[in-house]
Design a protein around this ligand. Structure first.
Ligand code: AMP
Length: 406
């Protein structure tokens, strides 16, 4: 990787500002905020342990929710400090400010290997505005900046980009944490020269969200499989009826351009040949039927790929050596429409067991794999949503660009 990582740094005695992704889901119980899922906290432990064992004084900065520059008590990071202390097995100081005298004093008190978590950076509107003065205050006296928050790296905020510029300008190093390093390795380096056949599976709701990903991957993939509601915009573009399916009629032009680019480059571009369709009746879906015709009848919606498409997609996936998957094949939240998504999930795991490298590009495909109990049977699952998509578009992320080159 072209950027410094925490393995390249001598941390002993240094003050290290570390951006982490602690945007964890919480619910209120008897006036207390309870963390429902600590996956994101657990994911930072390898990076933190490495820095602790190397004698760093660690100042953690993170955001939680969207307080929009206000001090919203339910979005305080205080419960995260307690949770982290339990998981890592050492005290974690918490400061209810992220800048100013109190934050500076708390950082100054840190001993080698100590941990301090600062309050939610988004309590200040200057964070999202990447305000230089705010970034300077957040950077404080830090000697080094490390970033393990891949999920926030697509945003040029003070805590992801601004602080790095300030610390670098005074000669400090800015490095990727281990979690960030893995994201860059799998979503970046591994897909630069993938072992072939390289099969890309894209699904989800909208063509508009993923067209730049399709465009970029058309330059790398051997086969692209399209499922989800996205497939219906392609169907509409090809002149077929889509009934009441979720489509973007103003995006048929870009769908046709993608089909043409695939033909020009010799990329196999597979759309579903059949679908499950359903109707909304008094606010409830009717049981699905298989529709093998190109046209979807009036009043019906395509809700999943059909059995013929499942078989074809799974056959292609079984022959892949590198797989990238982002987005479900249907409305998998309803178990009647989840067969396509779960069959693809099983096929991806099967190919992985036979030696393929499988990379899951974040969001709902990660959710589907976890729901199917298959999360540990793929090579890599990204922790990013928007950040993964931006990265797969071939864009450099501001939070990555800000790190020191090797
Ligand atoms: P995305 O975030 O773009 O990956 O989209 C995920 C969402 O797409 C999920 O909530 C799915 O329910 C939805 N989705 C997938 N297929 C369809 C479909 N055929 N019709 C409507 N929504 C769909």
């Amino acid at each position: 990787m072209a950027k410094l990582t925490i393995n390249d740094i001598d941390f002993r005695g240094k003050r290290v500002l570390t951006r982490v992704d602690y945007n964890v889901p919480m619910t209120e119980q008897d006036g207390l905020m309870i963390i429902n899922d600590d996956t994101r906290i657990l994911a930072t432990l390898p990076t933190l342990k490495l820095m602790i064992n190397s004698g760093a004084k660690i100042i953690l900065t993170a955001h939680l929710g969207r307080p929009k520059g206000e001090r919203v008590p339910s979005m305080s990071l205080r419960p995260v400090a307690d949770k982290l202390a339990g998981l890592i097995g050492q005290p974690v100081e918490f400061c209810d400010q992220c800048i100013g005298q109190a934050a500076g004093d708390a950082a100054a008190k840190l001993e080698d290997g100590g941990l301090l978590l600062l309050e939610n950076v988004r309590y200040h509107a200057e964070e999202e505005a990447n305000d230089a003065d705010f970034a300077g205050q957040l950077a404080g006296d830090a000697d080094v900046f490390t970033n393990d928050a891949f999920g926030a790296a697509h945003r040029a905020h003070a805590s992801t980009a601004g602080v790095a510029g300030i610390i670098a300008a005074r000669g400090g190093q800015c490095a990727a944490g281990l979690l960030m390093e893995r994201e860059l390795q799998f979503l970046g380096d591994e897909l630069e020269a993938p072992e072939r056949p390289f099969v890309v599976i894209l699904g989800g709701a909208k063509v508009s969200d993923k067209i730049k990903v399709i465009d970029h991957l058309l330059e790398k993939a051997d086969t692209i499989l399209i499922g989800g509601a996205m497939a219906y915009t392609f169907k509409l573009a090809r002149g077929f009826a889509v009934g009441d399916s979720l489509v973007e009629p103003d995006k048929t032009g870009i769908a046709l351009a993608a089909l043409q680019k695939a033909a020009e480059r010799g990329v196999e571009f597979l759309l579903p040949t059949d679908n499950l369709i359903s109707r909304m009746n008094d606010g409830a879906w009717t049981d699905p039927e298989v529709n093998s015709a190109e046209d979807i009848p009036d009043g019906s919606e395509g809700v999943d790929i059909g059995p013929e498409s499942v078989a074809r997609f799974c056959e292609v996936i079984a022959g892949a050596k590198t797989i990238l998957w982002n987005g479900p094949m249907g409305i998998f939240e309803d178990s009647r429409f989840a067969e396509g998504t779960f069959s693809v999930a099983k096929a991806v795991c099967g190919a992985t067991a036979s030696g393929a490298k499988s990379i899951i590009g974040g969001g709902d495909s990660v959710k589907a794999l976890n729901e199917a109990g298959l999360g540990d049977q793929v090579t890599f699952m990204s922790t990013g949503g928007g950040a993964s998509l931006r990265f797969l578009e071939g864009k450099e992320l501001p939070g990555v660009a800000a790190l020191t080159d090797k």
